[in-house]
Each structure stands twice: as C-alpha cells, then as structure tokens.
Design a binder for this molecule. Structure first.
Ligand code: NAP
Length: 356
C-alpha cells in the first residue's frame, strides 16, 4: 500500500517534534514536508530543530530541507494531508489557505475550533461529529478538523463514559499543567523552577467552551452540551503531562465503583477499528492512593505506538459537598495525547472511514 504523504506546519516546535517522532515507521503515513518559520526555511531539519526528545531524530527527516508554510510549497512536495502545529496567530490564515487549496488539515491550534462547521475531534469521544465535514466541503475544496486544547482533551475522554452512564450536571476542574504546554520557549526556567504560576492566558475560557462543543451533538449544526463547567488553570514545574483534579455532579447518583467500572469498560471507534495509534484501553483506572503521577504515568498506553495516548485516572471517590458528587484525579500527556498523538489518531480515523 502506498503511504499517504504528510506535511507538518510548525515542525520544529514542541508539538511539531512529537509529530516527527510519532510518524516514524507509521504504517499508513510518511513525512514528505517539514515546514517552520522564515528563520528556519532553507536549513536542514537537523539544523533548524532544537531536538529535545529522548529518542534520536528520525534519519529520514534529519536531512530534509525546511520549507515555507505555503500551499504551493506543499503541493510541490505532493503532500496530501497537513498537520498544523503553528502558533495560533499564524494558524488562522495558513490553515484556511491550505484547506481552500484542497488539503485535509488536522490542526492542533485554536484558530478554527469554534467555526460552525469544524469539529473538535477526539476519536473515542465524538467521531459522529465528522458529519460536519459534509457542510464544510460545500464551501471549500479541502477540510479542517481540529483537536481541542490539551487541557480539555484528556478531561473530555474521562468525562465521556460518565456522561453516557449517569449524565453530567456540573464539572469543576483545577489543573496542574506541564511547562511543555506553553511551547519550547514559552515559560522561562527562572519563572517555573521551585514555583507554580496560577494563571494561563485564555485557558480557563477555552476549557469550558471546548468541553461543551466536544460533549455536545451534531445535528444540522453543533448543539453544545448543557453542563455547567468551571476551570482554574495552573502551570507547574513538570516537563510533560497535565494533571487535573476533577469534581462532578452527575444527573443520576453513581458510586465510585460504578464510575470506575464505566471508565474501564469505555472504548470508541479507534479501538473497534483497531487504528494503529489507538490505546487499548483508552482509560486506565488506577487503585493506588497516590497515582496518577506525571513522571510515572504520562507514557501510559499500549501497544507501543500508543505510548502516551492513554488517559490515566485515579483517586475516584464520592464528594459529599456536591449533589451526586464524584471527584478524581486525571493525567494526560499534553504533547502526545493532547496534541500530535490525537491528531494522528484523527488522521487514522479519516483514512479508515475513506475520508482521505
Ligand atoms: P512552539 O514550540 O513555539 O513551535 C512553534 C512552531 O511554529 C515552530 O516550528 C516555529 O518555527 C513555527 N512558526 C512560528 N512562527 C511561524 C510563522 N510565522 N510561520 C510558519 N511557522 C512558524 O509551539 P508548540 O508548543 O509546538 O505549539 C504549536 C501549536 O500547538 C500552538 O497553536 C499551541 O497552542 C498548540 N498546542 C500545543 C500543545 C502543547 O502541549 N505544547 C498542545 C496542544 C496544542 P521556528 O522553529 O522556525 O520558529
């Protein structure tokens, strides 16, 4: 089988490097174009990227020339599928131009998440939102599919089985977010070592809004879920892995054992279709009193290709200060599951469904 030729926008950054790393030896996709800012264009990838992952840069990418974030340059490389890990301010125009030119764009960025015909897709949670693509195709040649903010993504995965089993009335979340979530140059080490920062610009609003779109329905347009969502977001001195303390009010009463059972039984289309990057199971529920922890649990997930793709939940218990209250701690790898890994899983779903 010929592999689908893939181009990466923002390939030298925190998320871009994850793509390059995760796409090595992919059974369906091959990296055909690596793009970054003007400062990097013309350099080889190994000159342009300050590589920080513990596995060496794939040899097939090291000598590739970095090209501009431009649809003509991508066409010249015969790219069929574009992953975007651009800064949001650049992404809006660049992603729209790619889609107008006929590319399928899977975007990590916030630029188009709230467009009325663009899904925020988490393949296990809301694959039926792909129906929105029919409407999108009526206005342009290509399509954009987005994934949520990395903080909302793991949270939505943990909420979906509870929503299905018991209904959700209220979700409150307090986050402890990794520094890699702000990009390689995002948070100075002098600001974060021995410290935490109790503010992340626009994050709380994004989490609340995106969760409602993701957990809502698509029927001739998106119908947002009717759940009260509140978030408090903190940056902590952890390299990778967002940890979140979650408090819920369910519609129907549920015991912690029932919540754990429905999370453990949860699976979605990626598992049923046996997509190469699908974690089995998608949610790992731990019983130890002191898990999940980012250093120990962020790379959870099997098979090998799905390492870092599982959502890890622990400390599931009742909360008597809420009506039908449940609380737990959730961990998700922000640049794998919360970014490149989820995007690759979306692309696998699009391929399995014949959309690309
Ligand atoms: P980053 O480390 O700052 O990387 C940014 C990338 O974009 C670099 O490759 C950079 O190239 C390129 N770039 C910058 N300006 C450009 C321009 N004008 N034209 C073309 N390319 C340009 O950022 P990141 O953390 O990877 O995040 C990328 C996107 O993913 C953001 O929208 C972010 O919100 C989203 N996201 C991040 C995470 C996370 O956990 N980090 C999770 C989910 C989503 P140079 O190397 O040449 O500067």
């Amino acid at each position: 089988m010929d592999k689908i030729r893939v181009g990466i926008l923002g390939s030298t950054g925190s998320v871009g490097q994850r793509y390059v790393n995760m796409l090595r030896d992919h059974p369906w996709f091959e990296v055909a174009a690596l793009s970054a800012s003007r400062d990097s264009v013309g350099k080889t990838y190994k000159e342009a990227a300050k590589w920080f992952l513990d596995r060496d840069m794939p040899v097939e990418c090291a000598e590739m020339k970095v090209i501009p974030a431009d649809q003509k340059a991508f066409k010249a490389e015969k790219v069929e599928l574009v992953f975007s890990a651009l800064p949001s301010e650049v992404a809006k125009t660049a992603e729209a131009e790619m889609a107008e030119a006929g590319f399928t764009v899977v975007a990590d960025t916030g630029a188009h998440r709230m467009d009325p015909d663009v899904p925020i897709l988490i393949p296990e949670v809301n694959s039926e939102h792909l129906l929105a693509l029919k409407e999108q195709r009526s206005r342009r040649k290509g399509i954009i599919v987005t994934l949520s903010n990395c903080t909302a993504l793991g949270l939505a995965i943990s909420l979906k089985p509870v929503q299905k089993g018991f209904g959700l009335r209220r979700v409150l979340v307090s986050t402890m977010q990794a520094v890699s979530g702000a990009g390689y140059f995002g948070v100075p080490s002098m600001a974060i070592v021995d410290n935490l920062i109790p503010y992340i610009k626009n994050e709380e609003e994004k989490v609340a809004q995106e969760i409602l779109k993701i957990l809502g329905e698509y029927k001739n347009g998106f119908k947002f879920a009717k759940i009260k969502v509140g978030a408090s977001c903190q940056r902590v001195g952890v390299l990778d892995g967002h940890t979140e303390a979650v408090f819920l009010e369910t519609e129907k009463p549920a015991t912690p054992e029932e919540v754990k059972a429905c999370m453990r039984a949860f699976e979605g289309e990626p598992q049923r279709l046996k997509l190469p990057s699908a974690p089995i199971p998608p949610i790992i529920v731990r019983e130890e009193i002191d898990r999940p922890q980012p250093r120990l649990d962020r790379m959870a997930g099997s098979p090998e290709r799905a390492k870092g793709m599982a959502t890890v939940v622990g400390r599931v218990r009742s909360e008597s200060a809420l009506d039908n209250g449940i609380k737990y701690v959730m961990l998700s790898h922000n640049t794998i599951r919360g970014a490149a890994g989820n995007a690759i899983l979306i692309a696998e779903l699009l391929k399995a469904k014949g959309i690309i």
